[in-house]
Design a protein around this ligand. Structure first.
Ligand code: 2M8
Length: 437
């Protein structure tokens, strides 16, 4: 019997689940470990048909938390040399508060865990027992937020910085080109692994990797000390996607703590952070001329004035007022919403830097589409939300469960327009959520 799309998605998630470590890899070969934001989004998919796995995914992730609240971006549960740079390059042990039980990177990723717990609760058919599970984990997520506000906001603005493009999740967005222009790293001698698994045309260049490694070398030379990184890292950015994830997660933590009861002090603190963050986000990151949110380069004190799918993610976190939201949606439809494009390209299709085949430089990503869909619905833009949903389902149906997809509709006629890794976990997980909401 032919498998339905949902069955195919479940099969992918189950195949990528690793019983020996109780976590799910993003995909075979290319990404063989546990990634922070992947795991969170994967748990949302599992919650629809296997709550135990959803809970295990989060539990395993949070077990690797450091004693200062930090959650690493990759946890190297297993030994394999099919990925570069691995545990021996990252050396998380250099940080005095790193977790001695788990090798990891010394950088983080968008803090999705708060809203993921809330999503799991929304999906659950046994709310009481799910809430009990949440109760065992929620303080760890709170500690993670405290880590961010206490260590990643040197000017006490309510906006946290990222110090590496790999922390953004949108790894080689054209936005970072401006930062690479301010750097001149050495040419490192290393063996890439990603380009043995997928077409190099779809991945970052060797020179880009030199920049990525150089920032880590600086952080390592300072034992991943946050203050030193804030002082010395050539990459120091307030990212609207990253901060929107934190704000959305604050909102979810407040709701969950209210359901659990007690914890008045934590709720009070979360509300304080939330108020401050939302105000600063709107004051500093909204670009009136472009009509959407942009990144801010804290190292060089200037806005990075480009439109990307990250510019619209704040809708998901209820950050813009309705007037700003309308402006943003108009801009999105004008620049990204042409009938010959699938929604939503990861970078402005009208820009010279747009590349619809290469990683985060233009293709459509299912995780960002999922946030956009939910954000648009929250503000009542139901028709556009439906287009995002239909586009997402169509590109997966036509191509398979790829990591990213060409945004140009013409490319979907005769060619395979899915790129990067295949049988990709968050593509499967979030499709399940879209099919069942
Ligand atoms: C991609 O990033 C990793 C490094 O973290 C890589 O290219 O090696 C990004 O798309 C990132 O957002 C994602 O979490 C990761 C695993 O799916 O892959």
């Amino acid at each position: 019997m032919k498998k339905t799309l949902q069955q195919k998605a479940e099969h992918i998630l189950d195949s990528n689940f690793k019983t020996e470590g109780e976590f799910t890899i993003p995909c075979e070969n290319l990404y063989p470990f546990q990634w922070f934001w992947d795991s969170g989004l994967i748990a949302i998919g599992f919650a629809h048909y296997d709550m135990q796995k959803a809970e295990r995914e989060i539990k395993t992730l949070l077990k690797a938390q450091w004693s200062n609240g930090f959650i690493p971006h990759i946890i190297f549960h297993t030994e394999t040399d099919s990925y570069f740079p691995g545990a021996n390059f990252h050396r998380s042990d250099l940080h005095p508060e790193s977790n001695p039980k788990y090798k990891s990177t010394g950088m983080t990723q968008p803090p999705v865990t708060g809203f993921v717990l809330k999503e799991i609760y929304r999906i659950s058919e046994v709310k009481e027992s799910t809430l009990k599970f949440i109760e065992t984990q929620i303080d760890k997520v709170y500690d993670n937020h405290r880590y961010f506000y206490e260590n990643r906001d040197p000017q006490n603005e309510g906006l946290v910085y990222i110090y590496h493009n790999w922390e953004s999740g949108t790894d080689n967005s054209p936005i970072w080109d401006d930062i690479w222009e301010t750097m001149n790293p050495p040419e490192y001698d290393f063996e890439r692994r990603d380009t043995t698994h997928v077409d190099p045309e779809e991945r970052p260049s060797k020179r880009e990797y030199d920049h990525y490694l150089h920032i880590i070398e600086i952080a390592k030379a300072n034992n991943y000390n946050d203050e030193k990184i804030a002082e010395l890292s050539p990459f120091l950015v307030q990212d609207p996607l990253f901060n929107a994830m934190l704000i959305k997660s604050n909102e979810s933590l407040i709701e969950l703590y209210n359901l659990i009861g007690g914890n008045e002090n934590k709720i009070k603190q979360l509300k304080k952070w939330q108020q401050k963050s939302k105000t600063a986000f709107n004051d500093k990151l909204f670009d009136e001329e472009l009509g959407a949110y942009v990144h801010y380069d804290l190292r060089n004190e200037k806005a990075l004035r480009y439109l990307s799918s990250s510019s619209f993610a704040p809708l998901f976190a209820n950050i813009p007022d309705t007037e700003k939201a309308e402006t943003m949606v108009d801009v999105m439809m004008e620049k990204f919403g042409n009938e010959n494009q699938y929604l939503c390209a990861s970078f402005d299709p009208t820009s010279e830097r747009f590349n619809p085949k290469k990683y985060w430089r233009g293709p459509v990503w299912v995780n960002l589409n999922w946030m956009l869909y939910n954000g648009l619905k929250q503000y009542g833009f139901n028709d556009i939300a439906e287009r995002v949903k239909t586009d997402t389902i169509t590109i997966i149906e036509n191509n398979g469960f790829y990591e990213y997809f060409d945004s140009r509709k013409e490319m979907h006629k005769d060619n395979k327009a899915g790129y990067g890794g295949n049988n990709f976990s968050w593509t499967a997980a979030l499709l399940i959520d879209l099919l069942n909401e």
